[in-house]
Design a protein around this ligand. Sequence first.
Ligand code: CA2
Length: 143
Amino acid sequence: MKFLVLNGPNLNLLGEREPEIYGAKSLADIAAECAALANDLGCEVEFRQSNHEGGLVDALHDIRHTHQGVVINAGAYTHTSIALRDAISGIALPTVELHISNTHAREDFRHASMLGGVCLGIIQGFGTAGYGLAIRALHTHLS
Ligand code: CA2
C-alpha cells in the first residue's frame, strides 16, 4: 500500500516562522515521522511539496495508477482551488484533507474548503501530529 502525502504553498517554511500556529517541526522532520509510521504500518509514503497549483495537480495525476491513497495539506489553495478539487475527484483515490491548524478557529476566509466535499474525510487542528492521524485513517480505510 502506497500513499502520497502532498503539501501546498508555504509549507516548506514550517519550523521557521509562526510556531504558535504551525509548531516547531520542519517539513523534513514531518516527512521522517511519516516514513517511520509507514514502516510500522507496513506501508509506504511518498512525501512531496509544491508552491504551485499546477505542480500539485501534476503530482496527483502522476500517482493515479501507482498509489492507493492521498493525504493533502493544500495550504491556502484549499480555500480557492477548483482545479485541485477536480484533480482529487478525477484520480478517484481515497483522499484525506489535512490542516495543521483548526481553520474554523481562524479568519473567515479559511472556513471554506473547495476540497472537503470530494475527500474521504478531514483532519485538522491537531498540529503536525495530524499527518500521522491522516496516514492511519487511510490505512484503516483501505485495510
Ligand atoms: O493549517 C494548515 O495546515 C493550513 O493548511 C496552512 C496554510 C493555510 O493557508 C491554511 O489556511 C491552513 C498556510 C501554510 C503556511 O505555512 C507557513 C509555515 C511557516 C511560516 C509561514 C507559513
